[in-house]
Design a protein around this ligand. Sequence first.
Ligand SMILES: Cc1cc2nc3c(=O)[nH]c(=O)nc-3n(C[C@H](O)[C@H](O)[C@H](O)COP(=O)(O)O)c2cc1C
Length: 144
Amino acid sequence: MPMGSLNRVVYMSTAVGVLRADELDRIYLRAKSANTGASITGLMLFYEGVFLQVLEGPAAGVTSLMERIRRDRRHAGITVLESGPVTQRNFATSMQFIAARNLSVGEKQAFSGLRAAVSLRPNVSPSDHGLSAFLATFAAIRPA
Ligand SMILES: Cc1cc2nc3c(=O)[nH]c(=O)nc-3n(C[C@H](O)[C@H](O)[C@H](O)COP(=O)(O)O)c2cc1C
């Protein structure tokens, strides 16, 4: 894949109602196989009703996936934290999912802090939210 065509989108959103674990599994398993077919990798976190997702892949594929995700009524309040071309993937192998039970206490605190910062100041640059430092802790492969 030419490097110029690689895009990354990072967003946070809020689950609508209570998402049961099996519904969450369904979203993730479907996403993982669809994304693999589209060369889209990334990360999905879900904690206290809030999603954080990183999508990395060919620009056109990421854009059309983001359009589908925006139409999904299982979540709302999508706030894009980062969107644009990148030279390399941070999540190289697949769409990784990390459930709340596999987040450390520190990561949960960092997630809550990020969520609070984003809801207070959704328009500041991602670096001001500490986004890349937060995401860097997940770039290694971990159990779901
Ligand atoms: C938080 C969240 C993240 C999602 N992430 C993906 C994803 O990475 N890839 C994917 O194919 N679908 C993902 N979906 C599901 C899509 O929104 C959509 O339901 C799915 O792509 C099927 O779309 P279609 O019914 O228009 O074909 C996600 C849904 C939610 C609520």
